[in-house]
Design a protein around this ligand. Structure first.
Ligand code: NOJ
Length: 533
């Protein structure tokens, strides 16, 4: 049985904003907090009731805000503390929740804590980070190269799981735990409703077994942040690569006082060798992963999370479906596949009008540290055109370009030169055009979110899989009491789908047809109530 708090959280539809790319209001080519405030009513109209805002704290921006130099100040380009307070106020007036992005595993090396720490071995910050006289193991940074860098000033090596300017905090030091509690409390006092917690699995390292994550004190550290009286009611979602449902429950059952939910990334990875190597991520693979997780988590005391996209991956639309000839059908079909399952819904900005992956002619169009490092490495072993091809496929910037609100110069994002180029197809794919189109991804999302909100079976109902593994389609039922709903999503081939139920006329379908003959077009989807009695 889910606690009442979790039953309420299941009703959240959380819109992820990458603030640099959302809306510029002061003409510097970088999105900002007033830009978020400007669109709150648009998000309400879509059916969203919460925002996860990617990091907006002071930062030198080597990793776009995931390298924080002051957790309690706003990044200059994004606005002021006054803007943040206004955002919180404006959201609460509309009944929306604000979820900030907490980055507890590492700070920027320009954070005061690191600046003090590097000064020597006997000051209050000396043990805030992991320092070594000699490199202790062969751990690699996620952005390439060794995870250890030498600091001349201190004369020792420090650990950085990401860029050398992102030093890992030493959570075994109780002062670090207290400092991060203070950060959380500062924002709770400002009124925020929760946190997305960046790479939370890494805050306890398992040096003994050679893993820089899932260390022996992980539960204790998370509990120290979110299990206190002050923080118990927050909504928290951990970036935490757990593969085992029972382990997931240990991290996120309400009574544990740890996290409310975790992101599960299996469907994002789809068994790819690495993120720059295309592998047809067929919808069958995605479907099977979704089914597995719905089944594994059924009956457990946890909340599952549902998402197709985020700021670290090119859109699933481009990887798993047809973002050219069948873009509308694919985008809407994916929405039906995911968001009528059981879980908390997360939507990434621009996904709601079917934004596909971007493509650029030159490496100069990219900004992301991971992509630029990978490009350099690829160029050692292949021609630069091939290397660019890989970056065009897998870059995080393919999801981070400025939003195209309309098809005019600047895309309605900014009148100035944007910090990275607009999407290569923005004149043809933008919010204004999509909303007015006869086939509108946006309007489909709106209708789907309304149906989800108004139908208890989609929130609390049980999940049953109807299609078989060999089928080129996905059908599932959601059942609550006497009420049963069926969601049918066809994949790339037209085909006749016979279902073992008598159905009412579709309540939602992307091609607005009755499917009376059972014939489904490519990526056609339909949501129907099952006739009872
Ligand atoms: C995960 C974040 O989502 C990603 O964008 C970031 O680069 C790393 N964590 C490091 O903070």
């Amino acid at each position: 049985m889910l606690s009442e708090t979790y039953r309420q959280f299941l009703r959240l539809v959380i819109y992820q904003i990458y603030p640099r790319s959302f809306q510029d209001t002061n003409g510097d080519g970088i999105g900002d907090l007033p830009g978020v405030i400007r669109h709150l009513d648009d998000l309400l109209e879509l059916g969203v009731n919460a925002i996860w805002l990617c990091p907006c704290f002071r930062s030198p921006n080597d990793d776009n805000g995931y390298d924080i130099s002051d957790y309690c100040a706003i990044m200059d380009e994004l606005g002021t503390m006054g803007d943040m307070e206004r955002l919180i106020d404006q959201m609460h007036r509309r009944g929306m929740k604000l979820i900030l992005d907490l980055v507890p595993n590492h700070t920027s090396t320009s954070h005061r804590w690191f600046q003090e720490s590097r000064k020597g071995r006997d000051n209050p910050f000396s043990d805030f980070y992991y320092w070594f006289d000699a490199i202790p193991n062969d751990w690699k940074s996620c952005f390439g190269g060794s995870a250890y860098a030498f600091d001349e000033q201190r004369g020792q090596y420090y650990l950085h799981s990401y860029a050398p300017t992102q030093a890992d905090l030493n959570w075994n030091n109780p002062a670090v735990v207290r400092a991060m509690q203070d950060v959380v409390d500062f924002w709770v006092d400002k009124g925020v409703d929760g946190f997305r917690v960046d790479v939370v699995d890494q805050i306890s390292k398992d040096f003994e077994n050679g893993r820089n994550c899932f260390g022996p004190r992980l539960h204790e550290f998370i509990h120290a942040l979110f299990g206190r009286e002050k923080t118990r009611g927050l909504f928290t979602v951990g970036e935490c690569w757990v593969n085992d449902a029972q382990e997931m429950e240990r991290h996120s059952a309400f009574e544990r006082g740890e996290l409310s939910t975790l992101f599960q990334f299996d469907h994002m990875e789809c068994g790819r060798a690495d993120k720059f190597t295309p592998k047809p991520d067929s919808l069958r693979t995605v479907r099977d992963i979704l089914i597995r997780w719905q089944q594994k988590t059924a009956g457990l005391n946890l909340l599952h999370s549902l998402f197709t996209d985020n700021h670290d991956q090119p859109p699933l639309l481009s990887r798993a479906a047809n973002d050219r000839e069948k873009r509308y059908e694919s985008a809407t079909c994916l929405a039906a596949m995911f968001y009528l399952l059981k879980g908390v819904a997360f939507i990434y900005q621009g996904q709601e009008w079917g934004t596909p992956s971007a493509r650029y002619q030159s490496i100069d169009s990219f900004n992301d540290i991971e992509s630029l490092n990978a490009y350099q490495a690829f160029c050692q072993t292949m021609p630069s055109e091939k290397a660019l091809e890989k970056i065009n496929f897998g870059s995080r910037d393919n999801a981070r370009h400025p939003l195209a609100w309309n098809g005019q110069a600047g895309g309605g994002f900014s009148d100035a030169k944007p910090w990275i180029p607009l999407h290569s197809r923005y004149r043809e794919i933008n919010r204004e055009l999509d909303r007015a189109a006869s086939q509108s991804v946006y309007r489909f999302y709106q209708a789907l979110l309304r149906l989800r909100r108004e139908t208890p079976a989609f929130l609390d109902g049980d999940f049953q899989v109807v299609s078989r593994p060999e089928d080129g389609w996905f059908a599932y039922a959601r059942t609550l009491g006497d009420e049963r709903w069926l969601v049918v999503c066809n994949f790339e081939k037209p085909q006749t789908i016979r279902l073992p139920f008598a159905l009412e006329a579709p309540r939602l379908s992307n091609l607005n047809r009755a499917q009376a003959d059972g014939l489904y077009a490519p990526y056609e989807c339909a949501v129907c109530r099952v006739l009872t009695g």
